[in-house]
Write a protein that binds this ligand. Structure first.
Ligand SMILES: Nc1ncnc2c1ncn2[C@@H]1O[C@H](COP(=O)(O)OP(=O)(O)O)[C@@H](O)[C@H]1O
Ligand SMILES: [Mg+2]
Length: 279
């Protein structure tokens, strides 16, 4: 008895994608079990969810609810124990390692909590690197547009250690965007940033969705970060239990606290509380 959570056609920025286009990413009854026997951990228990093209979706839930596991399964970084994952029309589940590596390289972008920039390369070289490794050339007009949206024009020649944390994460965002992936997965992209730099990065991610039609799926435990998204889906104990469209921080906090039986504090800053609670 699992319901499928999906963006309604015409929701927010997704409207321009057209009715016939499949969702950017679809999970059908995805399960994930770590270990076996008595030690088995059921990290995902039949998750069905679809992520519309051109939409910014946040995945939230208490610590241990399966957020990272779901993201890794959706992005082909980990195998599923059951069910299917589709990227557009292509089924990821069942692909061989080599095919999966190519698919990730060519069609998916990643932004991690640790910025993962190469220290000896300039910002521009970091941004261009994935395309070069894939043997593709960055379209110059697109490169310029991405650089301007992230506001890095005057920092392109700087190396990571000459940039602030927020600027480094914006380089990582530009690196993901410049390849025009079908979807960008971000796992706690503002986890290492102070709130001002975090707001900058989130504002930029939202702009890339609104202005460039990018599809983004972001894992976060921060209600303020989630409020930048068009939609928030909530995980608890490996199941999607709720969703909100056009979220505000208060609405997200309220829903989280219902999901966890009122164990979440009322302040958006109460991340420790979120992380510590487990239903
Ligand atoms: N590699 C692993 N081996 C065993 N258990 C794991 C592994 N990764 C995650 N888990 C377990 O799966 C559940 C979901 O974890 P995770 O997806 O990391 O949650 P979240 O990102 O929401 O904090 C947790 O109970 C966690 O302990
Ligand atoms: Mg996690």
């Amino acid at each position: 008895m699992t319901s499928t959570f999906t963006n309604t056609p015409g929701e927010g920025a997704a409207a321009s994608a057209g009715a016939a286009a499949p969702p950017a990413v679809t999970a059908v009854e995805v399960s994930k079990v770590y270990g076996s026997g008595d030690a088995a951990v059921h990290a995902l228990r039949g998750v069905s969810v679809a992520f519309a093209r051109g939409a910014f979706t946040a995945i939230m839930g208490p610590s241990g609810s399966g957020k990272s596991t779901l993201m890794h399964c959706l992005a082909g970084l980990d195998t599923v124990s059951g069910g299917r994952v589709m990227l557009g029309d292509a089924e990821l589940t069942g692909l061989k390692d080599r095919q999966l590596t190519l698919l990730r390289r060519d069609r998916i972008g990643f932004i991690f909590q640790a910025f993962n920039l190469l220290p000896t390369l300039t910002a521009e070289q970091n941004i261009r690197l994935p395309l070069e490794l894939a043997g593709r050339r960055a379209d110059q007009a697109w490169f310029d547009r991405v650089v301007d949206v992230v506001g890095l024009r005057d920092r392109l020649g700087h190396r990571p250690n000459q940039l602030s944390g927020g600027q480094q994460q914006r380089v990582a965002c530009a690196r993901a965007l410049v390849a025009r992936p079908e979807v960008i997965f971000a796992d706690e992209p503002t986890g290492n940033l102070d709130s001002r730099a975090g707001a900058e990065v989130l504002g930029f991610l939202r702009a890339s969705v609104r202005e460039m039609g990018q599809t983004i799926v972001m894992v976060t435990h921060d209600p303020v970060a989630a409020s930048y998204a068009d939609r928030v889906v909530f995980l608890r104990d490996g199941e999607i239990v709720s969703e909100i469209f056009q979220p505000t921080p208060d609405a997200v906090l309220d829903r989280l606290s219902r999901i966890t039986g009122g164990s979440v504090g009322s302040s958006p800053q109460s991340e420790q509380g979120l992380g510590a609670e487990r239903c």
